[in-house]
Design a binder for this molecule. Structure first.
Ligand code: CAA
Length: 700
């Protein structure tokens, strides 16, 4: 008997326990254990089998870390078939999150009973694959095409009562799951009815016309061509109706194997594991501080967004603004965000009221005396922020966390103006806060481990992904963005049009190109920053002044109807603008640049490789803990196409040698492209970024 699966028989019922923390993933040891358990059930003394799991959940899926490695016997599809074929009744007892392969094991059992709090579903599509252990064949036989397709294409878990209404599970209990499952098994054996095998069930085929209509409707939906899984899911669900069960399983297997080998799935699996790995920080052993009352200083777009997120997580929030007028405007922004959430069905009217009751506002920082945490989100101005921190230091209670939402400023400098640098941390949110999942937790030199851990715990509570960053100008995200933008700006100066750069990056998978984003965000804020930093700029570094020229012409982006593009009155659709072409041409002439054309591939490569090069520098400086953290930042904060896994993953796939050689070639004309020393070292030692991820994982 393996450690991961054990069993014992009581009064003819064999109780099989899966115990493979943290989520009882169906790795090789679990599969072998279940295989052996079903073999042992052949014992004439066994009348029925109950499969349940220890710990927090019934298996949450196949073990994602095994994908892409040589398959180990027994395969999950074979195991599911063996369970289904067992001539003793097999009951699955579900709690926690019975997902993916875990739910497929459950569907292969003859009866399913679940705790009411349990969730079931098929999230495989989020990993670029499909349920590959019979799920696409068994689920539609139980619940029909429409619901099976929704479950598999949306990938969202559903609760046990809903699954029962759909016919996917047979019973729901409030408590004593295992006892109830054993009782049920005894009762069913007593009744002596034939076993109900999902593979033989035809309930879901009762309305073949409706079934086919659901398939057609699903096919008619326009989908991202870079993501092949939904289309293959539809094919498999259709095959369930058309083919005998065994052939359907074979059809599903072929589709699964194609998908698991696809670039999209490799990227999506990397993204999933990277987001979890980002939580493995040196401070993970520290106990986060309790946060119930929070303060937010600054009620602008960011401050209001942060306050709304904190309210949504159940905290009491006090918003602080400089005067009554600005406070009213800040509270109004929170109200607007609530209004939008209600309209979109994300917030109920009751919840909105409850959140509003937990919100207070003041123009006096002293009102934050009871707060456990404050997040400063005032204008990005060093003196202003330092002043706020000095005042916060005076009014905050001992042990409170003082966080800054700065995008660029030195968190050590802000910590130094207080008498409690250990309590100071950066919590860098991304705009719009309600849509962007990323929070950079910036650990300054003296930040206490439990304060960093508090940042991570808070991000999790807000449903966001936290990435640890060290102190530098722009941390991880804005440094990457600056490199990306520099590459794009050089392309403009040397001959490309904004629309060409944007189209190439959309083709790469971004929803918007860098100049569409710039026009949407507004060009004035970064212009102000550039003017502030003008004196400290390194004159040896290339400076592309196109954005300055646009701003000088009053082109601040969508808000002024013109930026890198022009916009018709009230429209957000970018149109190419000859006036921009003139500005570009004037800049090129002023610098003696003879414009040339750039193809899509070169545009993408320059933008991507600039990010990779900057990422390598960020790693060498220890600003990011590991390459996959940089990937997470770009995926969760900047819209980098998730299916590509992030820039560092993309570089691994292309090969570091190719990236370095291209950079080296471009560097002959422009030092910006000089390859980071780390890339040369990696080539010499035959290493990939993913090797560093694995090493870091071992350390933590
Ligand atoms: N395989 C391997 N490890 C997994 C895993 C899986 N399927 N699911 C979760 N884990 C690991 C995480 O990496 C994390 O590890 P660390 O503690 O080392 O960081 C740990 O379990 C806890 O995960 P979370 O931090 O995500 O915990 P949570 O409580 O927030 O969420 C969960 C739990 C809902 C199960 C979530 O982890 C999840 O959604 N997991 C993925 C489920 C999934 O996609 N299943 C389908 C797998 S593919 C499949 O099954 C294909 C098939 O048909 C054969």
């Amino acid at each position: 008997m393996s450690q991961a699966v054990s069993w014992q028989t009581q009064d003819g019922v064999m109780i099989v326990t899966i115990d493979n923390p943290p989520v009882n993933a169906l790795g090789a040891e679990v599969r072998q254990g279940l295989w052996d358990a079903i073999g042992a059930a052949e014992d004439p003394g066994v009348k029925a089998v109950v499969i349940h799991a220890a710990g927090r959940t019934f298996p949450a899926g196949a073990d994602i870390r095994e994908f892409g490695k040589p398959p180990a016997d027994p395969w999950l599809p074979d195991l599911c078939n063996r369970i289904e074929a067992c001539d003793k009744l097999v009951v699955a007892a579900l709690h926690g999150t019975a997902l993916g392969g875990g739910f497929e094991v459950a569907l292969a059992c003859h009866t399913r009973i679940a705790l009411a709090s349990a969730k079931v579903g098929f999230p495989e599509v989020n990993l670029g694959i499909l349920p590959g252990a019979g799920g696409t064949q068994r689920a539609p036989r139980l619940c029909g095409a429409q619901e099976a397709l929704t479950l598999m294409i949306e990938g969202k878990p559903i609760d046990a009562p809903t699954a029962m209404a759909m016919g996917l599970i047979d019973g729901v209990v409030e408590e004593d799951l295992l006892e109830q499952a054993i009782l049920l098994a005894g009762m069913l054996v007593e009744e002596g009815k034939p076993l109900r095998r999902s593979g033989e069930c035809r309930d879901g085929f009762r309305d073949p016309i409706g079934y086919e209509a659901a398939i057609r409707a699903a096919r008619a939906v326009k989908r991202d061509p870079n993501l092949p899984a939904p289309g293959r899911i539809i094919d498999c669900v259709e095959a369930a109706l058309l083919l005998p069960f065994e052939n359907g399983l074979g059809y599903e297997r072929a589709a699964f194997e194609d998908l698991v080998a696809s670039e999209a799935s490799a990227g999506l699996r990397h993204a999933f594991l990277s987001e979890r790995r980002a939580g493995h920080i040196p401070e993970a052993h520290a106990t986060p501080r309790e946060i119930a009352q929070a303060g937010v200083v600054g009620g602008g777009l960011m401050g209001a967004g942060i306050a709304t997120a904190l309210l949504g997580a159940g905290l009491h929030v006090t918003l602080v603004e400089a005067d009554r007028e600005r406070l009213a405007a800040g509270l109004g922004r929170i109200d607007d965000l609530h209004e939008r959430a209600v309209k979109r069905g994300r917030l109920s009217a009751d919840a909105r009221e409850a959140e509003w009751d937990r919100l207070g506002g003041t123009t006096d920082l002293a009102g934050l005396g009871a707060a456990d945490l404050v997040i400063e989100a005032v204008t990005e101005d060093e003196a202003l922020k330092a002043g706020v921190f000095r005042d916060l230091d005076r009014v905050m209670k001992p042990g409170a966390v003082l966080a800054t939402n700065t995008s660029y400023l030195d968190v050590d400098d802000l910590a130094r103006v207080t008498d409690r640098p250990a309590d100071v941390v950066g919590l860098h949110f991304f705009s719009p806060v309600q849509a962007m999942r990323l929070v950079e937790v910036v650990a300054a030199a003296k930040t206490a481990p439990e304060v960093v851990a508090t940042g991570f715990a808070l991000a999790k509570r807000l449903g966001k992904v936290a990435v640890r960053a060290g102190v530098c100008d722009g941390f991880i995200g804005n440094r990457m963005l600056t490199a990306y933008r520099m590459a794009a700006d050089i392309l403009l100066e040397e001959g490309a049009a904004p629309a060409e750069v944007d189209a190439a990056m959309r083709d790469f998978g971004f929803a918007m190109g860098p100049y569409q984003v710039a026009d949407m965000a507004g060009l004035d804020i970064s212009w102000a920053r550039r003017k502030r930093l003008a004196d400290s700029r390194d004159p040896a570094q290339r400076y592309v002044a196109i954005a300055d020229r646009l701003c000088e012409a009053g082109r601040f982006g969508q808000k002024t109807g013109a930026g890198y593009y022009r916009y018709a009155e009230g429209s957000r659709t970018p149109e190419e603008d000859p006036a921009v072409a003139d500005i570009l041409q004037a800049e090129r002439s002023a610098r003696g640049i003879e414009p040339r054309r750039f193809g899509k591939v070169e545009i993408r490569q320059r933008c991507l490789f600039a990010m990779v090069n900057e990422g390598a520098k960020i790693l060498a400086e220890g600003i990011a803990l590991r390459p996959s953290d940089i990937d997470v930042v770009m995926l969760a904060g900047y819209g980098f196409p998730r299916w590509r896994g992030g820039p560092m993953k993309a570089a691994d796939r292309l090969g570091i040698l190719q990236v370095r050689n291209a950079l080296r070639g471009w560097a002959a004309d422009e030092p910006f492209w000089t390859p980071a020393p780390m890339l040369n070292d990696m080539i010499k030692n035959g290493r990939h970024f993913d090797d560093m991820n694995a090493e870091e994982a071992q350390k933590s």
